[in-house]
Design a protein around this ligand. Structure first.
Ligand SMILES: Cc1cc2nc3c(=O)[nH]c(=O)nc-3n(C[C@H](O)[C@H](O)[C@H](O)COP(=O)(O)OP(=O)(O)OC[C@H]3O[C@@H](n4cnc5c(N)ncnc54)[C@H](O)[C@@H]3O)c2cc1C
Length: 320
């Protein structure tokens, strides 16, 4: 089986979500990677060290903006030449945009937001959440046609690069027609903290914080442990946090190593966005709050007392 990984990158660095794809149980598959963008040649080496046997570079100034339209057009030309059995990409905003375009254009089967994937003897088996994460569906494919698959970030651990490995690198050129969309500007989200979709640890606050100012308790704790700050929709709707922090069905879907929910009730729409977190900690005054049914560790208590104590305890343990 030949698996083609679409490598995502920013500022000349491979996305962690792409590196993680190499940590999936890929069996005996032949792993190829494709990178599209401008000035992307240096990315071939890390891809080789992660295990790509062949790397295709699609280097063009027209791909500098990396819109779904331009990437979709470029990769739509390159993928048939490479004839993979599976195209894998991360379920990031870019992957979510790209995968359906490719599947439609290449008449391929599509499975998105997978949280488990095995590739054995030509057989692909996937698991993906359904009903807002209340259940998971097992997905298999009924024929040998091309499969386009997106994998939720943090599904697998990225392997350590092996400096003894290197890929065979080839440049491929594409013809792009006039674009209907163009990237004009990227406005940075602001702040030093990681985004919730990239963080290994997330500390989330809910409506119970009561004000935007009170979120400083959550921010202080998050900064102490190098975490991102998340928010329930109720806290976003109340104007305490920006929408980019919202976790849930109508916010971002996250899967960190540790998710700490502070004063969040655990409504089904919130759980839909964080259910696959590896370890869930909940702090809530109500012992019957639904979040405790999912939590691995629960503290029944007032977050205004508990969270500063936790921050203090971490500082004492780490020496500040
Ligand atoms: C179509 C749709 C989509 C939605 N999408 C989302 C989404 O993407 N994300 C999302 O989060 N929600 C979403 N919601 C809203 C969701 O249903 C809930 O209303 C919301 O998640 C509640 O937020 P909350 O837990 O902060 O607030 P509440 O439900 O008000 O819960 C507050 C919790 O804090 C506890 N508490 C109070 N004071 C303290 C204290 N001092 N210390 C500790 N605990 C305390 C309470 O016991 C309670 O459990 C959606 C709803 C709909 C209908």
């Amino acid at each position: 089986m030949k698996i083609l990984i679409i490598a995502e990158h920013k500022n000349g660095v491979l996305a962690e979500a792409t590196r993680e794809l190499f940590g999936l149980p890929l069996g005996q598959a032949e792993i190829h990677a494709v990178v599209a963008g401008e000035g992307i040649a240096p990315l071939a080496e890390p891809l080789g060290q992660l295990g790509a046997a062949k790397v295709r570079l699609v280097d063009s100034p027209a791909l500098a903006g990396g819109t779904g339209e331009s990437l979709g057009q470029a990769l739509g030309q390159v993928i048939p030449q490479l004839a993979p059995d599976v195209v894998l990409t991360a379920h990031t905003p870019q992957g979510r945009d790209l995968a359906p375009r490719l599947a439609e254009g290449l008449d391929a089967a599509l499975a998105t937001d997978c949280i488990q994937a095995t590739f054995n003897d030509g057989q692909v088996t996937l698991r993906r959440p359904v009903y807002a994460g209340k259940a998971t569906a097992e997905v298999e494919f009924t024929d040998d046609s091309l499969k386009v698959i997106t994998i939720r970030p943090r599904t697998a651990k990225a392997p350590e690069p092996d400096t003894a490995l290197s890929a065979e690198v080839t440049s491929v050129s594409v013809q792009l027609s006039e674009q209907k969309t163009v990237l004009k500007e990227i406005i940075a989200g602001g702040g030093e903290r990681p985004d919730v979709t990239e963080a290994a640890i997330i500390v989330t606050g809910g409506r119970s914080l009561g004000s935007a100012e009170n979120f400083s308790i959550i921010e202080n704790f998050a900064d102490t442990i190098g975490a991102a700050v998340g928010s329930s929709r109720a806290a976003v709707d109340a104007g305490y946090r920006p929408y980019r922090d919202q976790v849930g069905q109508t916010g971002k879907v996250v899967s960190p190593q540790v998710y700490i929910a502070c004063g969040v009730s655990g409504a089904i729409q919130h759980l839909a966005g964080m259910r696959t977190s590896k370890h869930i900690v909940a702090i809530n005054t109500d012992p019957d709050a639904p979040i405790f049914q999912l939590a691995d560790h629960g503290i029944v208590g007032d977050l205004f007392e508990v969270v500063p104590l936790l921050a203090e305890a971490v500082k004492n343990r780490t020496g500040g």
